[in-house]
Write a protein that binds this ligand. Sequence first.
Ligand code: ADP
Ligand code: MG
Length: 690
Amino acid sequence: MRPEILFPLFAPVTSLKGVGPRVAPLLHKLAGEKVRDVLWLKPHSLVRRTPALLSAARDGEVMTFEVVVEEHQPSRGPQPWRIRVADPTGWMTLVFFGRFADQLESRHPVGAHRIVSGKVGDDRYGRQMVHPDYMVSPEKREEIPELEAIYPATEGLPPRRVRAFAMEALERAPALPEWQDPAFLARERFPTWREAMARLHAPESEADLSPLSPHNRRLAYDELLAHQLAMAQRKAARRREPAARIPASPLSDQVRTALPFAFTGAQTRALAEIGGDLGSGERMSRLIQGDVGSGKTVVAMCAMADVAAAGGQSALMAPTEILARQHYETISGPLEAIGVGTVLLTGRDKGAVRARKLAALAAGGAKVAVGTHALFQDDVAFERLQMVVIDEQHRFGVAERQRLQAKGQAVHLMAMSATPIPRTLELTVYGDLDVSRIDEKPPGRTPVATRAVPMNRMAEVVGRLREAAASGAQAFWICPLVSESETSDLAAAESRAAVLRETLGPSVGLIHGKLPPAEKDAVMADFADGKLSVLVATTVVEVGVNVPNATIMVIEQAERFGLAQLHQLRGRVGRGARESACVLLYDPPLSEVAQRRLDILRRTDDGFLIAEKDLELRGGGDALGLRQSGFPDYVFADPFAHRDLIATAGDDARLIIARDPELNDQRGKALRVLEELFDWKAGMGLKDAG
Ligand code: ADP
Ligand code: MG
């Protein structure tokens, strides 16, 4: 239940003065539906309204002048009302549009002294100021704030109105009980929450706008702690549910030793961590993070052997049919060899075949199910489902993952992701999971030779491609998502495929997001079987698809992709022992940052390092890219500027929950106010992995 002290902040924006039916939707769009959301609008810049001389006026700047009114030029037809004003160093025209303009003459008679403040324009009409922000007599100069915070605005709602609403929201903001540790506050020199809010809306200098200023750090820390707390509580709740204790078994050792290769150190470590979870009697919630091809699937396979040895069942779910099929091909042989029945269940299974598979799962004859969305359909039942493995976990919705887990009791969860997240951000994205990193590649892989090539040398690239294809090599050709519209991107990919067919013949395939799933699978299968030599694709190419014979990856307009994405695309080649190449085609000239990004990619193949460097280069500026990697949509916390606070908040939250799991002591009660203030619970389901 929401504490009463927060009621004023959770009132609708219409409770603010001047917010009626016209303004409310604008504020909703800009901020949100509650007073709290308006309180959380942040000024992005400052205007200093210190008077200057007209001779110093500069086009485009917000400036302030002390002037004398010299002449009124009344409006005629569509012409605005103009007032000529001057100081000893020059003159300018004030411009007013609108019907009330004729009051201007009585309010500002010729000869009157005025202070005017607003944006200076210098164009073919001469020097002017359209609708000054302020125009007051010198006695009323205190009506003009010396320093004014400028807020984001929207059509129909100018920055100054927004500021007025924010100030009113601030007046409504009560002092809240302190939820932070006093020693920590003192050490960081953090103000109270109320003081921090007040400073946010009344910055005293440019430094106050910086995310590194004490009040902004305080607000960021509050937000991070609220989020970390919510995740720590969820994790603790999951832990309290008793789950089947699954000991390490000889079966798992058997499958493992039967493999034609030895585990890497990182794989061994991950498997040991999983073993610890499964044997603990608590529900496992573990994410295995590792580049495409780092060997996550075989680790999962060993854990599934343990579950089977203990008499339980596991389900491995992949986002596409072709991926499910590949997983099945990887693990069914070794598992069947030790007597663990394994079935593949996809949307393609119909009639008697499907009935037979369902019966095997329901009766417990099959211990492992590999499949797609088909796995969580209502008619699928398990005898004793004890572990669920989700591949590419972000490709599934919470509800989908939960439907599968609901087919057993207190089911252990293992999620797998090939999207490397910088370590500093791991807590914000996966704070409610335990994370194992497979940060080591199996030996014997040849690094992919990566080159950046300007677009105007494309003919050369195509020529090489023809030679390679003639000698049996296969290539991916990726076209970027350029525009917002899928249709025009599709057109680009289609015309690229047509151009390549002119040179390379009919063995050029095309795959894109608009293709029905069955056709997508068919094209992918043709490519995997070697019937196509070049596969032109928009970015939909399934992450993780294994086509060992594909050795060339061409990425068009590489400068438009995020580093992590480029890295993942490149990861689709270099699977075998053969030499592979990645060509990054770009439109010259490259910006300096783009240049550095492509350089990083050329120099390293380590997904974690790339993610780390990417974050550094973006400085946290690329909100979209971050959101794609699962970074929460924070209001105050900045992934880069506040990276030190993320770890602290994580530790803090764990300690709090360990000492006071129900948040009942004095600080605990205040922390509940914090949690409600940020309301993480509402949006949290979306990010829930279990
Ligand atoms: P991921 O799921 O992380 O993308 P996979 O488990 O599918 O990776 O492994 C990719 C390929 O590498 C598979 O063919 C697998 O058999 C092989 N592989 C896995 N671990 C090793 C290892 N330690 N040494 C050599 N090959 C390995
Ligand atoms: Mg995989």
